[in-house]
Ligand binder design. Structure first.
Ligand code: MN
Length: 340
């Protein structure tokens, strides 16, 4: 499958060539794909002599801080004035790994005010909102980082010799496929990864930096979750975990520590739907995962104001932790057709 036609490649190439100041945006609570794809594209555009800045709404977990170029990423929450000024002056704005300006929070309102910059979307979430002039959007790809790879390959494949660039893109593909355990059955993904490895990056080192980078507190919290907080509802093949602020404090919780917890129940035989509830100040943050055909993005959009992919989505509830979980459990009978 061809993700980026020659025609589209040329269109993007000339948009890049005619712009000097370029901004790359990604979504709130950025993950490995958001940061990896953004920094990968950033390295590419810098090689083209462009003035480029990556801007994200807020901070992200420490296991991504070693990525080449990380120190120059601007967090809107920390530096709102600088971010605002850069967006105002931008001639070209890339939106990576999200499908709706709402996913940027307040930062989205600032982007909306710049009506002169051309906007390019590169994303793999379903149903993108029409806020960009040019769209590279398909759900049939492992990750946004892989789409960036295909774009660079289309425009100037010699750039794929650059190790920093390839390292960032590799992190995006690796994290968004759970180390090639899902969303990665297309041989094109492995051809892309093979090409990235050719630059000389060390994939074992990268794995180590991302996954063997946890604190003891995080491991203990994981043990506590599995032992005391995981609830299984066998009749709906569902499991959930809820964590209060008090519990997280007890384990010296740091941002990113609950990363991956929502996937844990899915390795139990027969469990096809998993949810993780995290208590926040004034609301509850929720993650959903599924195996097979149960669309958690639709489930979340219908009940918890969220969205995402078919097997991985986020959501939010204004209710307390306990009430959110009650609400969630009460919805399951309506989905009994799916959850069997
Ligand atoms: Mn992604």
């Amino acid at each position: 499958m061809e993700y980026i036609s020659e025609h589209k490649g040329n269109e993007l190439k000339s948009l890049i060539e005619s712009a000097e100041r370029i901004i790359i945006l990604s979504h709130k609570n950025p993950d490995g794909d958001a940061i990896g794809s953004s920094l990968g594209l950033c390295h590419f555009l810098e090689m083209k002599g462009k003035h480029v800045k990556v801007i994200v709404p807020n901070e992200y977990p420490e296991f991504l801080h070693w990525l080449p170029g990380n120190d120059f990423v601007i967090k809107y929450k920390k530096e709102p004035q600088l971010a605002g000024k850069l967006i105002e002056e931008a001639e070209l704005i890339f939106s990576l790994d999200f499908n709706d300006l709402k996913r940027l929070g307040k930062l989205g309102e600032i982007v909306e005010k710049n009506q002169t910059a051309s906007r390019i979307l590169i994303d793999h979430h379903p149903y993108p909102k029409p806020f960009c002039d040019v769209e590279i959007s398909t759900v049939h790809v492992s990750s946004t980082a892989e789409l960036v790879y295909h774009l660079i390959q289309r425009i100037d494949d010699k750039a794929l010799k650059n190790k920093d660039l390839c390292e960032c893109l590799y992190v995006g593909v690796m994290t968004d496929t759970g180390c090639f355990s899902f969303n990665s059955s297309n041989p094109a993904t492995f051809r892309a990864v093979a090409h990235l490895l050719q630059s000389g990056i060390d994939k074992d080192y990268i794995y180590d930096r991302i996954f063997n980078n946890y604190s003891a507190g995080r491991m203990k919290l994981m043990g506590y979750c599995l032992n005391h907080k995981m609830h299984i509802i066998p009749e709906y093949h569902t499991a959930y975990i809820g964590l209060s602020q008090k519990e997280m404090k007890e384990y010296d919780f740091k941002m990113g520590d609950s990363e991956g917890f929502v996937n844990l129940p899915l390795s139990i035989e027969g469990i096809i739907f998993s949810a993780l509830f995290i208590e926040k100040a004034g609301h509850t943050k929720i993650s959903f995962r599924s195996r097979g055909n149960f669309p958690v993005n639709d489930f979340s959009a219908s009940h918890f104001g969220g969205g995402g992919h078919m097997n991985a989505a986020g959501g939010e509830s204004k209710e307390s932790l306990t009430e959110s979980i009650k609400h969630f459990v009460s919805l399951l009978p309506d989905y009994s057709k799916w959850l069997k």
